[in-house]
Design a protein around this ligand. Structure first.
Ligand SMILES: [Zn+2]
Ligand SMILES: [Zn+2]
Length: 251
């Protein structure tokens, strides 16, 4: 399995997951032109499916145009579809429900619920046949007990580190109600790192901190925090986005 978190921030999210036979996108939150530049038309043509975590624009911005060009099947929850139906006129939508496994060639995708300010938002566990498990979890205010067990199953974890708690508190550009909303529905660096400590960083092959806010987070600051909390294990971390592929070692 190869993972390409090609866009990952509060401004746009899109991750390609590939095996030798299959390629899927998780979210399409960048405009089509940018997507084509980052992945090439050939790669887009090969896509087997897109999986949508939820309907916020940083996750769906390029979806309609992608659908128009390639008619790629889009797995999206009914509530998310209805909420933005006017923006989905060209997509071939398929059903997506929590805990209902979807098989795309050699990949099994299991959606699970997370806590966000939409009717439904999902994380995914993606298992390659005779291969590794990739857990994708962003846009959640909280890691529930169930989320924690989904994460613990994974060899590779992509986890939201949206904001640094002090940076958010001090940031002058947001009104208080927005700060409260962000804190309630997104994971801070501190929350994500606490959870990693509970599960044990050593249980993962690789951890990809993702969805960093360009305004209330800072990659250097997060990296310093990771080095301090997990000395000797920093090699396991790769920050998203990445222009090149992140190759998951085979069993
Ligand atoms: Zn969102
Ligand atoms: Zn988001």
């Amino acid at each position: 399995m190869q993972i390409f978190p090609i866009a990952s921030s509060s401004d746009g999210n899109c991750t390609l997951v590939k095996t030798s036979t299959t390629s899927i996108l998780i979210d399409c939150g960048i405009i089509y032109k940018q997507l084509k530049n980052l992945l090439s038309k050939e790669q887009l043509k090969l896509l087997d499916a897109v999986f949508v975590t939820h309907e916020h624009s940083d996750h769906i911005k390029g979806l309609n145009m992608l659908g128009k060009r390639f008619n790629t099947p889009v797995y999206i929850n009914k509530q998310s579809y209805i909420a933005r139906a006017h923006q989905f006129s060209n997509i071939d939508n398929r059903s997506l429900e929590a805990e209902c496994e979807i098989q795309i060639k050699d990949l099994t995708i299991t959606p699970f619920e997370v806590q966000h300010d939409t009717v439904n938002t999902f994380g995914f566990n993606i298992t390659e046949e005779k291969g590794k498990v990739f857990c994708f979890i962003t846009d959640t205010g909280n890691i529930t007990k169930q989320n924690k067990s989904q994460m613990a199953e994974a060899d590779v974890l992509l986890i939201e580190c949206n904001y640094d708690e002090e940076m958010l508190r001090k940031y002058p550009g947001y009104p208080n109600y927005l700060k409260t909303r962000i804190a309630e529905f997104h994971l801070s660096n501190q929350q994500a790192l606490d959870k990693l400590e509970e599960i044990g960083v050593e249980t993962f092959d690789m951890i990809i901190p993702a969805h960093l806010s360009p305004r209330t987070n800072n990659p250097q600051l997060l990296w310093a925090e990771l080095s301090k909390r997990f000395p000797g294990m920093i090699d396991k971390f790769i920050l998203a986005p990445q222009t090149g592929p992140i190759r998951v070692r085979e069993r």
